[in-house]
Design a protein around this ligand. Structure first.
Ligand code: 6CS
Length: 358
């Protein structure tokens, strides 16, 4: 790992040419430099989740840390999902600068940043979450090449982090491609997710998670993918008979700031943002780790809503890996040369952490 660094956290990365000395992001409404009566910066932080779920709890801790490190100069309001529209509506508000901070998932960002669909490729990131987090922290492909694509869209990624390994739930069992024949899978907005499930023989349909419980209950869709904490917290297991420990992907969350607002921050405030983001890496990791473990037990012990939990065998995983592999070529061809370079680099970055040749 010697030649890889936490690139987003390098002070040089944070130094933006001509950083304005004026405060921004609602500070004027808050009184700006008003003699110390209130915060200089008042920021809104949107999340795609609700209290008790990883993104929301992460954002609350992030807000507290920013406030503490800035001695009260920064105050952050965290918004749970639901109040500000769909995940895509929220993203548009972040891009337009209507809100300053947000956690945005690649699956929803992919309408703007097509290359972010790289995180929809199955069996690319390792199922070991510590390794996945190490890759997300240090990968050049992620933190330089892909981050640049977000910046081009007015979004400044501050860190990429995992919310845990993703698992499948279904109204029927999911252990082989045969089980996926004609299966209607709910996905996020990324077209590559549709391709990934198409490779198994399934049909995929994008849906906001707000509508997912009802969609599963009424049979509008047959199944979905998510980390375990989310499956339990959103009660999807109540309306699904099967959960497969497939570890086919990791749920990548991206802590993001509006790029113009970020760029205009004075250096000391940028530094505080980066220090906070850095400290949050371990806090976020532990949060998802504990919740995913605890919620698996809850699903297994829920007698009122029994769910058959099945872990794929190595042979079963191999079948899905073989089917998923050509989707990488589809990504390379469909998304163009730069996207292909990002994937090539990411494969190298992954191999460097796992020690396994891609
Ligand atoms: O499945 C979804 O759409 C939701 N899943 C997670 C883990 N977070 C937010 C996201 O919108």
């Amino acid at each position: 790992m010697e030649n890889l660094k936490r690139r987003l956290m390098l002070p040089g990365f944070a130094l933006v040419a001509g950083a304005a000395l004026t405060a921004c992001g609602g500070d004027e409404e808050a009184g700006g430099d008003n003699g110390g009566d209130g915060p200089e910066y008042e920021w809104d932080f949107i999340t795609e989740e609700t209290p008790g779920q990883v993104q929301y709890e992460y954002a609350q801790e992030y807000a507290d840390l920013l406030n503490e490190k800035s001695d009260g100069r920064i105050e952050v309001d965290v918004f749970e999902f639901g109040g500000l529209g769909s995940e895509v509506d929220q993203l548009e508000q972040l891009q337009a600068g209507g809100v300053e901070l947000g956690i945005v998932s690649p699956g929803f960002v992919s309408t703007l940043v097509e290359e972010a669909q790289i995180f929809s490729l199955h069996y690319l990131l390792p199922d070991d979450q510590e390794q996945t987090q190490e890759i997300l922290n240090e990968s050049e492909a992620v933190n330089e090449m892909l981050a640049e694509k977000y910046v081009e869209q007015g979004l400044q990624p501050l860190s990429f982090w995992t919310e845990g390994a993703m698992q499948w739930t279904g109204s029927s069992q999911l252990r082989s491609s045969e089980d996926f024949e004609g299966f209607l899978m709910r996905t996020q907005e990324s077209p590559l997710m549709i391709e990934s499930y198409g490779a198994y023989g399934a049909d995929a349909t994008p849906l906001s998670w707000e509508e997912l419980y009802g969609g599963l209950q009424q049979g509008q869709v047959d199944g979905q993918e998510n980390p375990i904490f989310f499956i339990e917290d959103a009660s999807f297991h109540e309306v699904q008979d099967h959960m497969t420990i497939s570890n086919h992907n990791s749920y990548v969350a991206v802590t993001t700031m509006n790029q113009n607002i970020y760029e205009e921050l004075p250096e000391d405030i940028q530094e505080i943002v980066h220090e906070t983001t850095e400290e949050m890496r371990d806090i976020g990791f532990d949060l998802q780790d504990e919740l995913n473990e605890e919620r698996l037990e809850m699903i297994e012990e829920d007698e009122e809503n029994p769910t058959e939990v099945y872990e794929l065998t190595d042979e079963e995983i191999e079948e899905f890996q073989d089917l998923a592999r050509p989707v990488r070529d589809f990504f390379r061809e469909e998304e163009g040369e730069e996207a292909a370079e990002i994937l090539d680099q990411l494969e190298e970055d992954i191999a460097e952490v796992t020690g396994e040749e891609e």
